[in-house]
Design a protein around this ligand. Structure first.
Ligand code: CP
Length: 306
């Protein structure tokens, strides 16, 4: 397999291989000197058409820890603003020696287009509301590390499902690995086709939280809301915000997750975000390990053919 474009097209075995490969990568992160020569001579370029803190920085660090050369390109400071197309931009990067291109783009399917255009490996770092596979992989890694397994767990994904590529990738990933996924949010933010992905839709947050092993809160994507779809922020927080009282409905020891960035006081209260159940900072650390695993597997370590 040349590229990682989404979890819809990865098998449970492939997901398991990536998670297993991230285990020794996390061990490297715990060392005083976090650098191994594995990808020396390889070049990783991150090409981002949307803002990012976690994904872009963790890919850059992952490449550096594996001794690859890494270059970051933002569309806003590149020749994209002069009208250069995505394909031409990517071909230019390949002509300069890029072996792996990590792409974030507002259009669903942009990484697939790129993967069929350039010989370099393409990793989807988020495409529109379609998929964010590396986020879901780090989420699954975190849950497996904490709970010991994924199969049989009850995973509640709560919030703005309509605009969430994180939700879609996590639904594909967790269901393939044998977990049961429930989703919840305002009716206007639940896309009708979501039930066909094998999830149970809850209209009330209390129902979604009841007996959940994992509670994944999603950011309200205020920048993508259309007029009329969104209640007031105060109303949203009242109906769908996670606070300590609501968290008590979940299983004792349930994990509280958030892909970030968080709207504190909207989808999650500060006391829950900073509480003992939260694994939000561990998700970020694990993101580096999982992205190291992906760079290793695509950069020569051996991702099996699809
Ligand atoms: N979770 C996530 O994708 O965060 P960034 O937008 O900061 O990369």
């Amino acid at each position: 397999r040349k590229d990682i474009l989404g979890l819809q097209n990865l098998s449970a075995e492939e997901i398991g291989l990536i998670l297993d490969t991230a285990v020794p990568m996390k061990e490297i992160l715990g060392r005083a000197i976090k650098k191994v020569p594995t990808l020396r001579g390889r070049t990783v370029v991150t090409l981002f058409y949307e803002p990012s803190t976690r994904t872009r920085t963790s890919f850059e660090l992952a490449a550096k820890y594996l001794s690859a050369d890494s270059v970051n390109l933002s569309a806003s400071t590149s020749s994209v603003v002069k009208g250069e197309t995505l394909k031409d931009t990517a071909r230019t990067l390949v002509a300069m020696g890029a072996d792996v291109v990590v792409l974030r783009h507002p259009m669903a399917g942009a990484p697939n287009l790129l993967a069929s255009t350039i010989p370099a490996a393409v990793i989807n770092a988020g495409d529109g509301a379609h998929e964010h596979p590396t986020q879901a992989l780090l989420d699954m890694f975190t849950v497996r590390e904490k709970m010991g397994q994924l199969a049989g767990l009850n995973v509640a994904i709560i919030g703005d499902i309509l605009h969430s590529r994180v939700a879609r990738s996590n639904i594909w990933g967790f269901t393939k690995m044998g977990a049961r996924v429930r989703i919840c949010g305002p009716a206007t933010m639940i896309p009708p086709e979501i039930e066909a992905m094998g999830v149970y839709v809850c209209t009330r947050m209390e129902e979604a939280l009841d007996g959940a092993d994992v509670v994944m809160m999603l950011r309200i994507q205020l920048e993508r809301q259309q007029q009329g779809l969104f209640p007031s922020i105060r109303e949203y927080a009242r109906l769908f915000g996670l606070n300590r009282k609501r968290l008590a409905l979940a299983r004792p020891g349930a994990l509280v997750m958030h892909p970030g960035p968080m709207n504190r006081g909207v989808e999650i209260s500060p006391e829950v975000a900073d509480g003992v159940n939260a694994v939000i900072n561990e998700q970020v650390t694990n993101g580096v390990a999982v992205r190291m695993a992906l760079l290793y597997l695509l950069g020569g370590g051996g991702m099996p053919d699809a």
